[in-house]
Design a protein around this ligand. Structure first.
Ligand code: TXA
Ligand code: MG
Length: 359
């Protein structure tokens, strides 16, 4: 039996929500509870309890070598969790917390070993969603929380997505409406110099660099041959059940044209074809069985916001072949392209995506 609590929140509100009293109690008793953050829904448990954290891995079907992010509501909680706070991290906290930035610190004893999957570092973030902050505050605990999806599925951006994957498997779900950013937090290792992005996310490389100067990107994210440094980045992820291909071309028009001819081919082979398009191009594929407009090309954050719901739609509508447009990889486009590459299992048509259109 999964309990559901509805909370209407107001962005920027720092009050505590009385509707969260019971969810906070569940967390203190060692149960797992899903809750909204500004990025995606998280599946939370007491980060100091092995027993509680093990329930997260069980509910998700998550490999035990993949560490979890610890969520805090207050800078004061940080000192009990980390052995050292690098100067550069302090600058980033001032600039971007609360917000979609996870930093990797050397860990202190006390965190359940399952949280860090045996590593001597720990990822920590302070989410900006008022419901997440209120829940953590009321629980009075650091909360370990991965995205609240079954392992391998797209991360949930609505409570309905969480229900699809985890209803009956977890103690409760806090429904705070759709999340804002739509892709996960940016994971940044601040123990190395220059700091290195291990997972591109809602906070862009450009934003980080505006505060601390040069930032590196894990080569494992760009080169298929290299092993990514964040354990979670090596897994197949976000993939719809149908065979998905990403189409890369030097201009938007050529991209639409290339998708059009692959679409015609697939249709004559009798396939049920879905297209991940944009508002600008969604009328250009009349032969497709399903066209999912995923935000506007002129507004990449809107693409991020709709991305995971779009990927889930292809499964709901049982598409067996999916063609996706591609995007410039600056700004939040870096996270969008990273997730699309994983969703299509690196099946790419066209030129090298690192030389993709920069319209
Ligand atoms: O936006 C988000 O970050 C969401 C919300 C719920 O906060 N959480 C999330 O967690 O995306 P999860 O578990 O789905 O992804 C965490 C990623 C994984 O790729 C994991 O391998 C990496 O962060 N990670 C966690 N701790 C790490 C560590 N100590 N060193 C390297 N990578 C780490
Ligand atoms: Mg995840």
């Amino acid at each position: 039996q999964t309990k559901i609590w509805n909370v209407d929140s107001v962005v920027g509100n720092s009050q505590d929500y009385p509707q969260l009293t019971e969810a906070a109690e569940f967390l203190r008793k060692g149960e797992v509870v899903a809750f909204p953050t500004e990025t995606v829904y998280g599946l939370g448990a007491n980060a100091l309890s092995s027993e509680a954290v093990q329930k997260i891995f069980a509910a998700k079907g998550r490999p035990s070598d993949n560490p979890l992010i610890v969520h805090i509501a207050d800078i004061a909680q940080l000192e009990a969790l980390v052995a050292e706070i690098p100067e550069i991290a302090k600058k980033l906290m001032d600039a971007f917390w609360p917000g979609p930035l996870t930093m990797i610190f050397p860990k202190k004893e006390g965190i359940a070993p399952e949280v860090t999957a045996g590593l001597d570092s720990v990822g920590i973030r302070m989410p900006s969603h008022p419901v997440a902050l209120s829940l953590i505050r009321q629980a009075g605990l650091p909360i370990a929380a991965p995205s609240a999806n079954r392992s391998g599925r797209p991360s949930p951006t609505t409570a309905a997505h969480v229900e699809e994957d985890l209803l009956g498997k977890i103690a409760g779900i806090v429904d705070g409406g759709p999340t804002g950013v739509g892709v996960e937090s940016t994971v940044l290792d601040v123990t190395v110099n220059p700091p290195m992005i291990l997972r591109p996310g809602g906070l862009t490389k450009e934003q980080l660099e505006s505060v601390i100067g040069q930032v590196a990107v894990d080569p494992g994210l760009l080169e298929e041959k290299e092993r990514p440094k964040a354990p979670g980045m090596k897994y197949q992820h976000y993939a719809p059940k149908g065979e998905m291909w990403m189409v890369v071309a030097p201009t938007v028009d050529k991209q639409v044209e290339a998708i059009g001819s692959l679409l015609a081919e697939a249709k004559s082979a009798g396939k049920k074809v879905g297209i991940l398009a944009t508002e600008e191009s969604s009328t250009k594929y009349p032969q497709a069985d399903l066209v999912v407009p995923c935000g506007s090309r002129a507004d990449l954050p809107s693409v991020a916001h709709h991305l995971y719901d779009a990927l889930r739609t292809f499964d709901q509508e049982r598409m067996d072949y999916i063609l996706s447009e591609s995007f410039p990889s600056d700004g939040v486009g870096m996270a969008i392209m990273n997730r699309l590459m994983k969703a299509c299992g690196h099946r790419i048509v066209g030129s090298d995506p690192s030389r993709n259109l920069s319209n």
